[in-house]
Design a protein around this ligand. Structure first.
Ligand code: PEP
Length: 678
């Protein structure tokens, strides 16, 4: 055995002894305190956000440590300290550590473009309720990252810096270099640097000093214990030493530039995420170490991230802990979707949570649609219409006879009602908006659908997608980037929202572009429009003005981080509540658009509901379209509690004005279609 490891063992033995006595004393103290608690009027609660009465309160541990694959011993089995969270509000920071990934600039660019599309128009705010976001790509991708993420609000940081400022140090990178590129952060003391590259606390401290010499460059200092240290109750002492040595000489005035990432080594890249209470205990210990150096008030302002196998399904519970101020994410930051979901899960959420009422819908038509969509109920026809997009078909069902379908020879994004005789509808075809008739009496298929107008964005790889008629009788539809996941336009926001008016003129009504239109629907007053760009998983309300663009965007719902998929079609009920199909998550939720609260969940036995509407003679049934591979049928649920929908409006064509223009346009399009052989 080497002298070094002998000394190391002796040191660990010594620490264990000290910890033993510390533990005995703590137990005595905790005993006294908990005894004291029994006689006070503090409410013991699982929800730390409701703790407002004292600086520090002792709680019964709320959740057993069950998440770990191999449960680790907790430092104290039944008790968790919560710091009073009401004193300081800390904005969460979600950081993505890309490590030595991805392999090429091309792959990095794809990931950055997807992130940019997710975040543009959705996160750039500085509100304390939305998390700050930073990514840490390898050095060669920093400039590209800063360039592509410009305007998204995502900050960029470096994973390391060298110990020198300039000169003959081949292969090194200095703090001033990364700052001059536009980096806002540098990450120091990551366990991989400590273990694989032998970085000591002293080296890390020198780097911290060098970073702080660069105005505008903040530091994420990583600390954390190994599994062996954890098992031996050494968490507090290990972390305390790392913090005190790492921050040696950092004055209190600079403390606001430091973020601590508590990353237990046993959790990094292992899939063993710490339980929320394990993380909370450790973070309290980190804060105590800071407090010993900087005092209690200043230490309370420091953000402490948790890192180690954080995934979309673990972030929300971690974030309920009062001392968990965000996350440092490794593996899950390499996919734009999972990283974005983790950011969503870290957003401040309302804590007056009531469990929703749950129901299950039954299949009523086993259509096996590849992509069923856009259900609408016609009060005039007492019939439900819906489409299957790639199969180019519109379906019709009067709830009594067998359903039937018609083929249109074009990919279809949506179907809406059209004022006129029984069966009049408009369909959003890939190349044009088409008027047609779905009545069972119509059998002259040689005539086919008539072209109302060309679709917008002729030069883009988009097609019409979700759409509905507004309460004034105009057809509002959004577009879909055909390649939003891959290919030439990967990640590009190139789709818009348009309104077709009664003169068959199309106007663009959203002042930004996005990827996949969904959720378009209107309450009965017609003064609000809901919309979601599905990859962002956020549903917005806009003021819907009689003329001009959509204004006053506000967030009404973010899909919970632990659910897969994205919001798809939506409908408003007679009470103004929003029913959203969560495709991929096998459910439809009812959301109060004023509070974001979900009070009803309709489960489906298939993964991907695509849209919803109300129908039936009393408008008291919910119809849900679904898609393959496991779905594809039409589902139905009789509504409880007197819930009813609104009659679906019909698209109105102005017969008197502009007739010549319309006819000319139709002739032009018809000849164009003939020319192209369509
Ligand atoms: C990390 O490397 O900082 C990290 C937390 O990795 P992972 O999330 O993959 O465990």
């Amino acid at each position: 055995m080497s002298l070094y490891s002998l000394l190391q063992r002796r040191f660990i033995k010594f620490i264990k002894k000290v910890m033993h006595w510390k533990f005995v004393c703590s137990c005595l103290l905790l005993g006294i305190l908990s005894h004291g608690c029994a006689f006070t009027s503090h409410t013991l609660t699982k929800n730390p956000q409701t703790i407002i009465s004292s600086q520090k309160i002792l709680f019964i541990k709320p959740v057993p440590s069950t998440i770990l694959n191999k449960p680790l011993k907790s430092n104290s089995d039944d008790l968790v300290w919560y710091d009073n969270p009401s004193t300081v509000q800390r904005r969460p920071l979600i950081a993505g550590n890309w490590k030595l990934n991805p392999k090429t600039l091309t792959e990095a660019t794809t990931l950055l473009k997807l992130l940019s599309s997710h975040f543009l128009n959705h996160y750039a705010s500085n509100s304390p309720d939305t998390p700050e976001v930073a990514i840490f790509p390898p050095y060669p991708f920093l400039t590209t990252a800063i360039h592509i993420l410009d305007g998204t609000g995502i900050k960029v940081g470096a994973q390391n810096i060298g110990l020198q400022t300039e000169g003959a140090y081949t292969g090194e990178v200095s703090a001033s270099m990364i700052r001059s590129l536009g980096c806002d952060y540098v990450m120091l003391g990551h366990s991989e640097r400590r273990c694989l590259f032998g970085e000591s606390d002293k080296t890390i401290n020198q780097k911290v000093q060098l970073a702080l010499d660069e105005p505008g460059l903040d530091v994420i200092l990583c600390v954390g214990e190994t599994e062996e240290e954890y098992e031996n109750n050494l968490l507090s002492s290990v972390v305390s030493l790392q913090i005190k040595k790492g921050l040696m000489g950092v004055p209190v005035e600079e403390l606001h530039r430091i973020v601590i990432a508590y990353e237990p080594v046993w959790a990094i890249g292992t899939g063993k995420v710490a339980t929320p209470d394990q993380a909370q205990l450790a973070h309290v210990s980190v804060r105590e170490s800071l407090s010993e150096v900087y005092g209690s008030d200043d230490s309370k302002k420091v953000r402490i991230q948790y890192g180690g196998s954080v995934k979309p399904d673990s972030i929300e519970r971690l974030m309920t802990m009062p001392d968990v101020d965000g996350a440092l994410v490794g593996g899950a930051s390499l996919t734009a979707d999972s990283f974005t979901r983790i950011v969503d899960g870290a957003a401040v959420s309302p804590f007056n949570y009531q469990p929703p009422k749950e129901f299950t819908a039954r299949e009523c038509v086993a259509t096996k649609n590849v992509l069923g969509e856009s259900p609408i109920w016609s009060v005039r026809d007492q019939t439900l219409y819906w489409i299957s997009a790639p199969e180019e078909e519109v379906w019709s069902w009067n709830l009594n006879d067998a359903p039937y379908r018609r083929l249109f020879g074009t990919t279809i994004g949506c179907v809406v009602l059209k004022q006129g005789e029984h069966g009049s509808v408009v369909i959003g075809g890939e190349r044009a908006l088409l008027a047609t008739n779905m009545s069972p009496q119509t059998n002259d298929f040689a005539v086919g659908a008539s072209i109302l107008c060309e679709r917008p964005e002729q030069a883009e790889a988009t097609r019409p997608n979700d759409g509905r008629v507004d309460r004034q009788g105009r057809f509002v539809f959004g577009m879909y980037n055909n390649y939003h996941r891959a290919g030439v336009s990967v990640g590009e926001n190139n789709a818009g929202i348009y309104r077709l008016n009664s003169n068959l003129e199309v106007e663009q009504i959203l002042d930004y572009k996005y990827r996949v239109s969904n959720c378009i629907c209107f309450p009965k007053e017609g003064n609000i429009m809901y919309f979601c760009d599905t990859p962002t998983r956020k549903v917005y309300a806009f003021d819907y003005n009689d003329t001009g663009p959509l204004t006053n965007r506000r967030l009404v719902y973010t899909m919970p981080a632990d659910l897969p998929g994205g919001p798809d079609g939506a409908q408003v009920d007679a009470d103004g509540l929003l029913w959203i199909a969560l495709s991929g998550a096998g459910r439809v939720v009812r959301v109060n658009p004023n509070t974001g609260a979900v009070d009803m969940v309709v489960h489906l036995p298939v993964r991907s509901p695509t849209s919803v509407t109300f129908g039936g003679k009393d408008l008291d049934e919910l119809f849900i379209t679904t898609r393959g591979p496991d779905g594809g049928g039409l589902y139905r649920l009789k509504m409880p509690f007197g819930i009813v929908g609104l009659p679906e409006p019909e698209f109105i064509v102005n017969q008197n004005s502009n007739t010549n223009f319309i006819l000319q346009q139709q002739r032009d399009l018809a000849s164009m279609y003939q020319r192209d052989g369509n």
